[in-house]
Write a protein that binds this ligand. Structure first.
Ligand SMILES: [Zn+2]
Length: 195
C-alpha cells in the first residue's frame, strides 16, 4: 500500500511532488534566504525542485520576494547553489551510511573489484575523482555490465569522511531500494554541480 506523503509544489515549474523530494527554503532571522534541507526550520517555506534551473528561475521571477516579503535580503544565488550542493551531498552521505547499516555497502578498491566480478554485483559504484588511473580502469572494466551504474564523484577524503575513514577510493552498493534512491541523488548531484 502506498503511503501518502505531504505534497508540495515547485514554485518554478509547478511540479507537485512529495515534500521530501523538493528543496525547502526559509527566511533566516537576518533576512537571508537559506536552504532548509531537513525541512524542519520554522516559518513559511518555499519549495523548488532540486535543480539549478528551478532555483535560478525562482530567483529570476522574484518568487522568493513574493513568499518572504520586504524583510528579505537580496538573493545570493551562488550561495544558495552551494547550500543546495551540500544538501544533496548530505543526502548521498546519509544513503551511503544507511547502506552500510543495512549491510549493502562495499568499500575499498579490492573489495569492490571482487564484488563486481561476482554473480550478484553491486548496482551503484561511486569512484573518487582522484582515484588512481589504473584502479579506475580496472573498476570501469569490471563494471561494464548492464545493471551497473558507475560514476565518479567526490574525492577520496570526502568518500572516506562519509564512512568515518581517512580515505576511500571507491564504494559500491548492492541492489535494493537504497541503491535506487542513491542513484537518483547521484544524478541530482551531477545536475547541480555543473556551473
Ligand atoms: Zn521545478
Amino acid at each position: 500500500m502506498a503511503t501518502t506523503q505531504p505534497q508540495r509544489t515547485c514554485v518554478s515549474c509547478r511540479t507537485v511532488a512529495d515534500k521530501s523530494q523538493l528543496l525547502r527554503f526559509v527566511l533566516a532571522p537576518d533576512g537571508q534566504v537559506v536552504v532548509d534541507y531537513r525541512q524542519q526550520l520554522p516559518g513559511r517555506g518555499l519549495y523548488t525542485c532540486l535543480t539549478l534551473q528551478c532555483l535560478a528561475q525562482a530567483a529570476k521571477r522574484n518568487s522568493f520576494r513574493r513568499v518572504f516579503g520586504a524583510e528579505m535580503q537580496p538573493i545570493k544565488l551562488d550561495e544558495l547553489k552551494v547550500q543546495m550542493q551540500q544538501a544533496i551531498f548530505l543526502r548521498i552521505k546519509g544513503l551511503i551510511l544507511m547502506s552500510r547499516k543495512a549491510g549493502q555497502l562495499i568499500a575499498g578498491s579490492n573489495m569492490v573489484l571482487d564484488a563486481l566480478k561476482g554473480s550478484a554485483p553491486p548496482v551503484v559504484v561511486v569512484m573518487a575523482s582522484d582515484i588512481a588511473d589504473n584502479m579506475k580502469q580496472k573498476i570501469e572494466h569490471s563494471a561494464k555490465r548492464p545493471q551497473v551504474v558507475c560514476t565518479q564523484l567526490f574525492d577520496k577524503v570526502s568518500l572516506g569522511q562519509m564512512l568515518g575513514k581517512e580515505e576511500r577510493s571507491v564504494v559500491a552498493i548492492q541492489d535494493g531500494s537504497l541503491a535506487s534512491m542513491l542513484n537518483s541523488e547521484l544524478h541530482r548531484y551531477e545536475l547541480v554541480r555543473e556551473n
